[in-house]
Write a protein that binds this ligand. Structure first.
Ligand code: 1GP
Length: 251
Protein backbone atom coordinates (compact mmCIF):
# COMPACT_ATOMS: atom_id res chain seq x y z
CA UNK A 1 0.00 0.00 0.00
CA UNK A 2 1.40 3.40 -0.95
CA UNK A 3 1.02 6.62 0.96
CA UNK A 4 1.24 9.03 -1.95
CA UNK A 5 -2.15 10.72 -1.69
CA UNK A 6 -2.02 11.21 2.06
CA UNK A 7 1.56 12.52 1.93
CA UNK A 8 0.53 15.00 -0.75
CA UNK A 9 -2.33 16.21 1.46
CA UNK A 10 0.00 16.59 4.43
CA UNK A 11 2.70 18.35 2.39
CA UNK A 12 0.17 20.82 1.05
CA UNK A 13 -1.28 21.40 4.49
CA UNK A 14 2.18 22.12 5.88
CA UNK A 15 2.79 24.56 3.04
CA UNK A 16 -0.59 26.19 3.74
CA UNK A 17 -1.84 25.32 0.24
CA UNK A 18 -5.46 24.42 -0.46
CA UNK A 19 -6.58 21.58 -2.72
CA UNK A 20 -9.61 21.20 -4.93
CA UNK A 21 -11.40 17.97 -5.84
CA UNK A 22 -14.21 17.21 -8.26
CA UNK A 23 -16.65 14.47 -7.22
CA UNK A 24 -17.73 12.23 -10.08
CA UNK A 25 -20.81 10.06 -9.56
CA UNK A 26 -20.68 7.10 -11.99
CA UNK A 27 -24.49 7.00 -11.96
CA UNK A 28 -24.66 10.45 -13.44
CA UNK A 29 -21.86 10.33 -16.00
CA UNK A 30 -21.37 8.69 -19.37
CA UNK A 31 -18.22 8.37 -21.50
CA UNK A 32 -18.66 11.74 -23.10
CA UNK A 33 -19.15 13.49 -19.76
CA UNK A 34 -16.09 11.80 -18.26
CA UNK A 35 -13.93 12.91 -21.20
CA UNK A 36 -15.18 16.47 -20.78
CA UNK A 37 -14.57 16.46 -17.02
CA UNK A 38 -11.08 14.95 -17.20
CA UNK A 39 -10.01 17.44 -19.83
CA UNK A 40 -11.36 20.44 -17.92
CA UNK A 41 -9.94 19.11 -14.64
CA UNK A 42 -6.48 18.81 -16.19
CA UNK A 43 -6.60 22.34 -17.58
CA UNK A 44 -7.85 23.69 -14.24
CA UNK A 45 -5.14 21.86 -12.24
CA UNK A 46 -7.66 20.00 -10.11
CA UNK A 47 -5.77 18.14 -7.37
CA UNK A 48 -7.89 15.00 -6.97
CA UNK A 49 -10.88 13.29 -8.56
CA UNK A 50 -13.24 11.69 -6.07
CA UNK A 51 -15.44 8.91 -7.42
CA UNK A 52 -18.53 7.62 -5.65
CA UNK A 53 -22.16 8.15 -4.78
CA UNK A 54 -24.34 7.43 -1.79
CA UNK A 55 -26.29 4.87 -3.75
CA UNK A 56 -24.75 3.39 -6.84
CA UNK A 57 -27.56 2.18 -9.00
CA UNK A 58 -25.58 1.40 -12.12
CA UNK A 59 -22.70 -1.00 -12.30
CA UNK A 60 -19.87 0.69 -14.10
CA UNK A 61 -17.53 1.83 -11.35
CA UNK A 62 -14.48 -0.03 -12.74
CA UNK A 63 -15.26 1.16 -16.25
CA UNK A 64 -15.60 4.78 -15.09
CA UNK A 65 -12.31 4.67 -13.20
CA UNK A 66 -10.48 2.97 -16.03
CA UNK A 67 -11.62 5.65 -18.43
CA UNK A 68 -10.54 8.42 -16.04
CA UNK A 69 -7.13 6.77 -15.56
CA UNK A 70 -6.62 6.47 -19.32
CA UNK A 71 -7.42 10.13 -19.83
CA UNK A 72 -5.95 11.84 -16.77
CA UNK A 73 -2.94 11.68 -14.44
CA UNK A 74 -4.95 13.24 -11.56
CA UNK A 75 -5.14 10.83 -8.58
CA UNK A 76 -8.50 9.07 -8.28
CA UNK A 77 -9.84 8.61 -4.75
CA UNK A 78 -12.86 6.43 -4.01
CA UNK A 79 -15.56 8.07 -1.90
CA UNK A 80 -17.77 5.04 -1.33
CA UNK A 81 -21.38 5.20 -0.22
CA UNK A 82 -21.46 1.43 0.27
CA UNK A 83 -18.77 -1.23 0.82
CA UNK A 84 -19.36 -2.58 -2.67
CA UNK A 85 -17.93 0.60 -4.14
CA UNK A 86 -14.33 -0.54 -4.09
CA UNK A 87 -12.32 -0.65 -7.28
CA UNK A 88 -8.68 -1.68 -7.43
CA UNK A 89 -8.21 0.61 -10.42
CA UNK A 90 -8.42 3.74 -8.25
CA UNK A 91 -5.41 5.18 -6.43
CA UNK A 92 -6.87 5.56 -2.97
CA UNK A 93 -9.92 5.07 -0.81
CA UNK A 94 -11.49 7.30 1.81
CA UNK A 95 -12.28 4.65 4.41
CA UNK A 96 -15.25 6.45 5.92
CA UNK A 97 -16.49 6.00 9.45
CA UNK A 98 -19.66 8.01 10.09
CA UNK A 99 -18.55 9.56 13.37
CA UNK A 100 -21.38 12.12 13.45
CA UNK A 101 -23.97 9.32 13.56
CA UNK A 102 -24.75 6.65 16.09
CA UNK A 103 -25.28 3.80 13.70
CA UNK A 104 -22.72 1.12 14.63
CA UNK A 105 -22.92 -0.41 11.20
CA UNK A 106 -21.50 2.72 9.59
CA UNK A 107 -19.04 3.35 12.40
CA UNK A 108 -17.42 -0.10 12.22
CA UNK A 109 -19.81 -2.84 11.02
CA UNK A 110 -19.45 -2.40 7.28
CA UNK A 111 -15.69 -1.98 7.69
CA UNK A 112 -15.42 -5.39 9.30
CA UNK A 113 -17.28 -6.94 6.39
CA UNK A 114 -15.28 -5.12 3.72
CA UNK A 115 -11.84 -5.26 5.38
CA UNK A 116 -10.47 -8.30 3.50
CA UNK A 117 -11.65 -6.93 0.15
CA UNK A 118 -10.20 -3.49 0.90
CA UNK A 119 -6.85 -4.95 2.01
CA UNK A 120 -6.70 -7.16 -1.07
CA UNK A 121 -7.39 -4.24 -3.40
CA UNK A 122 -3.96 -2.79 -2.65
CA UNK A 123 -5.53 0.69 -2.57
CA UNK A 124 -4.08 3.45 -0.42
CA UNK A 125 -6.54 3.51 2.48
CA UNK A 126 -7.16 6.85 4.17
CA UNK A 127 -9.08 6.50 7.45
CA UNK A 128 -11.62 9.30 7.39
CA UNK A 129 -13.87 10.57 10.17
CA UNK A 130 -16.98 11.40 8.19
CA UNK A 131 -19.28 14.05 9.66
CA UNK A 132 -22.65 14.89 8.19
CA UNK A 133 -23.63 18.49 8.84
CA UNK A 134 -27.20 19.66 8.34
CA UNK A 135 -27.39 21.28 4.93
CA UNK A 136 -31.06 22.21 4.99
CA UNK A 137 -32.39 19.15 3.19
CA UNK A 138 -32.59 15.44 4.01
CA UNK A 139 -29.75 13.77 2.13
CA UNK A 140 -29.44 10.25 0.79
CA UNK A 141 -26.68 9.58 3.31
CA UNK A 142 -28.76 10.62 6.32
CA UNK A 143 -31.70 8.54 5.07
CA UNK A 144 -29.63 5.45 4.28
CA UNK A 145 -27.55 5.70 7.45
CA UNK A 146 -30.63 6.33 9.59
CA UNK A 147 -28.68 8.94 11.50
CA UNK A 148 -29.22 12.61 12.05
CA UNK A 149 -26.67 15.17 11.02
CA UNK A 150 -24.96 17.70 13.26
CA UNK A 151 -27.08 20.87 13.43
CA UNK A 152 -25.55 23.59 11.25
CA UNK A 153 -25.26 26.06 14.12
CA UNK A 154 -23.74 23.67 16.67
CA UNK A 155 -20.06 24.37 16.07
CA UNK A 156 -19.11 22.89 19.42
CA UNK A 157 -20.59 19.48 18.55
CA UNK A 158 -18.67 19.51 15.26
CA UNK A 159 -15.46 20.51 17.07
CA UNK A 160 -15.75 17.78 19.71
CA UNK A 161 -16.65 15.15 17.11
CA UNK A 162 -13.66 16.07 14.93
CA UNK A 163 -11.33 16.13 17.93
CA UNK A 164 -12.54 12.68 18.98
CA UNK A 165 -12.02 11.42 15.43
CA UNK A 166 -8.45 12.71 15.38
CA UNK A 167 -7.66 11.21 18.79
CA UNK A 168 -9.12 7.87 17.67
CA UNK A 169 -6.56 7.86 14.89
CA UNK A 170 -8.46 9.11 11.84
CA UNK A 171 -6.15 10.52 9.17
CA UNK A 172 -8.61 13.11 7.87
CA UNK A 173 -11.95 14.63 8.82
CA UNK A 174 -14.59 15.09 6.08
CA UNK A 175 -17.37 17.57 6.90
CA UNK A 176 -20.19 17.05 4.42
CA UNK A 177 -23.44 18.97 4.13
CA UNK A 178 -24.51 16.19 1.73
CA UNK A 179 -24.70 16.11 -2.00
CA UNK A 180 -27.03 18.80 -3.27
CA UNK A 181 -27.35 20.45 0.16
CA UNK A 182 -29.35 23.68 0.19
CA UNK A 183 -26.61 25.42 2.12
CA UNK A 184 -22.97 24.37 2.60
CA UNK A 185 -21.04 23.94 5.85
CA UNK A 186 -20.65 27.45 7.29
CA UNK A 187 -17.26 29.17 7.31
CA UNK A 188 -17.60 29.62 11.08
CA UNK A 189 -17.97 25.86 11.64
CA UNK A 190 -15.11 25.12 9.22
CA UNK A 191 -12.91 27.61 11.07
CA UNK A 192 -13.78 26.23 14.51
CA UNK A 193 -13.07 22.63 13.44
CA UNK A 194 -9.89 23.42 11.53
CA UNK A 195 -8.47 25.20 14.58
CA UNK A 196 -9.22 22.22 16.79
CA UNK A 197 -7.49 19.51 14.73
CA UNK A 198 -4.15 19.10 13.02
CA UNK A 199 -5.10 16.48 10.40
CA UNK A 200 -6.33 17.55 6.93
CA UNK A 201 -9.91 18.81 6.80
CA UNK A 202 -12.07 17.96 3.78
CA UNK A 203 -15.26 19.99 3.20
CA UNK A 204 -18.03 19.45 0.67
CA UNK A 205 -21.75 19.47 0.03
CA UNK A 206 -23.81 22.29 -1.46
CA UNK A 207 -20.89 24.38 -2.72
CA UNK A 208 -22.37 25.94 -5.82
CA UNK A 209 -20.14 28.86 -6.74
CA UNK A 210 -16.46 29.84 -6.74
CA UNK A 211 -16.93 32.33 -3.92
CA UNK A 212 -18.26 29.68 -1.53
CA UNK A 213 -15.42 27.36 -2.56
CA UNK A 214 -12.95 30.16 -1.79
CA UNK A 215 -14.56 30.96 1.57
CA UNK A 216 -14.51 27.28 2.57
CA UNK A 217 -10.78 27.11 1.86
CA UNK A 218 -10.11 30.43 3.55
CA UNK A 219 -12.02 29.31 6.66
CA UNK A 220 -9.74 26.28 6.99
CA UNK A 221 -10.74 23.49 4.61
CA UNK A 222 -7.60 21.85 3.24
CA UNK A 223 -9.52 20.08 0.49
CA UNK A 224 -12.71 21.49 -1.02
CA UNK A 225 -14.99 19.01 -2.85
CA UNK A 226 -17.62 19.92 -5.44
CA UNK A 227 -19.93 17.49 -7.24
CA UNK A 228 -23.44 18.62 -8.19
CA UNK A 229 -22.66 22.15 -9.32
CA UNK A 230 -20.00 20.85 -11.72
CA UNK A 231 -22.26 18.06 -12.92
CA UNK A 232 -24.72 20.75 -13.95
CA UNK A 233 -22.14 23.11 -15.43
CA UNK A 234 -18.72 21.61 -16.09
CA UNK A 235 -17.29 24.98 -17.09
CA UNK A 236 -17.37 25.92 -13.37
CA UNK A 237 -14.34 23.68 -12.77
CA UNK A 238 -11.90 26.34 -13.92
CA UNK A 239 -13.22 29.14 -11.69
CA UNK A 240 -13.81 26.87 -8.69
CA UNK A 241 -10.31 25.42 -8.85
CA UNK A 242 -8.73 28.86 -9.34
CA UNK A 243 -10.76 30.23 -6.41
CA UNK A 244 -9.60 27.50 -4.01
CA UNK A 245 -6.00 27.75 -5.19
CA UNK A 246 -6.07 31.54 -4.71
CA UNK A 247 -6.65 31.30 -0.96
CA UNK A 248 -3.67 33.10 0.60
CA UNK A 249 -1.06 30.82 2.08
CA UNK A 250 -1.20 30.82 5.88
CA UNK A 251 1.02 28.41 7.74
C1 1GP B 1 -21.16 15.16 -1.38
O1 1GP B 1 -19.42 16.55 -0.55
C2 1GP B 1 -19.96 16.00 -1.69
O2 1GP B 1 -20.90 14.12 -0.55
C3 1GP B 1 -20.25 16.98 -2.78
O3 1GP B 1 -21.49 17.61 -2.62
O4 1GP B 1 -22.55 17.34 -4.85
O5 1GP B 1 -23.37 19.09 -3.26
O6 1GP B 1 -21.17 19.34 -4.40
P1 1GP B 1 -22.18 18.39 -3.85
Amino acid sequence: MTNLIYSSLIDKKKAGKKSFAVLIDPDKTDNRKISELTQLAGEAKVDYLLVGGSLMVTNHLDETINQIKRQSPIPVILFPGTPSQVSRYADGLLYLSLISGRNPDLLIGQHVVSAPMVRQSGLEVIATGYMLIDGGAPTTVSYISNSSSIPANKNEIAVCTAMAGEMLGMKTIYMDAGSGAVFPVSPSMIMAVSRAISIPLIVGGGIKDPETAYLSGKAGADLVVVGNAIEKDASLIKEMSAAVHSVPVRI
